[in-house]
Ligand binder design. Structure first.
Ligand code: BJW
Ligand code: ZN
Length: 236
């Protein structure tokens, strides 16, 4: 912890890569572990083009279930503390979450790597739509099925998002990995770019992850608790 505070005292650019663990305390389930299953389907089966082709209505039902939870959710102390870091640093937030909770805090520099659950698009012609609240999966005027505008397994991330995320990772004096299992790529490769470019990489998680052996510091605990503690130590 002392090493981190020392690094932060001399830091200008601080980058956060967040995952579903940061939104857990807003009441949103994570993907893996005991939270991860929905009606006995794994996220890999639902968040994929193959899953959607197999049973589009099932996938739409899953997203409806999640949208209902997310609509009621508010940013928690973890999201808000990241926003507070802007008082002392240039803050860059790269999130894998599609819940829009970082955006709600008004953070200046934000990339939503895996899209946003409240945007939709036609799976055939690509036409964009806003939030749609129907039980039955909607269709576009071209006849194509409408799907959430999120990134599924096997799909490429948006070029401009990944290049921005790369730039922010390379520029980071301190890089925080918060509440992510670190198993989904290319997001999980970003801390390596930070480290190669001299950044100090800190992981905040309630448990160890496959990335833990490769980083500078692992702080075990909930995102909100640890981020708050770090900010308080800095203010002293
Ligand atoms: C707390 C906490 C608290 C809990 N406080 N912490 C290289 C190697 C191997 C495979 C690949 C590779 N490169 C690409 C792949 C394939 C694949 C991949 O990574 N597979 C792996 C599973 C092996 N990647 C892709 O397919 C990506 N696309 C791609 O690479 O395209 C290439 C391409 C190029 C050109 C043409 C075509 C293709 C796309 C990946 C998309 C991932 N999508 C999802 C769904 C998004 C939409 C939606 O939300 O529905 O993204 S899957 C899901 O996983 C979601 C998440 O963003 C992502 C990461 O999950 P996350 O956030 O880490 O959650 P959990 O549950 O895993 O972890 C929660 C963590 O929080 C845990 O560690 C807890 O301990 C912790 N925690 N409470 C702190 N209070
Ligand atoms: Zn269409």
């Amino acid at each position: 912890m002392d090493r981190l505070i020392e690094r932060l005292k001399h830091a200008e650019n601080v980058t956060f890569l967040t995952g579903s663990g940061i939104s857990r305390e807003s009441g949103i389930p994570t993907f893996r572990g005991k939270d991860g299953l929905w009606k006995n389907y794994s996220p890999e089966e639902l968040a994929s083009p193959e899953g959607f082709m197999r049973d589009p209505q099932l996938v739409w039902d899953w997203y409806n279930w999640r949208r209902d939870i997310i609509r009621k959710a508010e940013p928690n102390r973890g999201h808000l503390t990241i926003k507070e870091f802007e008082k002392n640093f240039n803050v860059y937030v790269i999130t894998q979450n599609v819940d829009g909770l970082h955006e709600k805090t008004g953070v200046k520099n934000l990339v939503e790597l895996h899209g946003n659950i409240f945007r939709n698009r036609c799976s055939r012609c690509g036409k964009m739509f806003g939030d749609i609240q129907t039980k039955k999966i909607p269709t576009c005027e071209c006849g194509g099925l409408i799907r959430p505008d999120v990134v599924w397994f096997g799909e490429p991330l948006k070029e401009e998002d990944i290049s921005m995320a790369l730039e922010w990772s390379k520029n980071a004096d301190v890089f925080f990995l918060v509440g992510t299992s670190g198993i989904v790529y290319p997001a999980a490769s970003l801390p390596f770019f930070a480290k190669e470019n001299g950044g100090f990489v800190v992981e905040i998680n309630i448990e160890k992850t496959p990335l833990t052996p490769h980083i500078d510091l692992h702080l075990e605990g909930s995102a909100s608790e640890i981020l708050d503690m770090v900010l308080k130590r800095l203010d002293k």
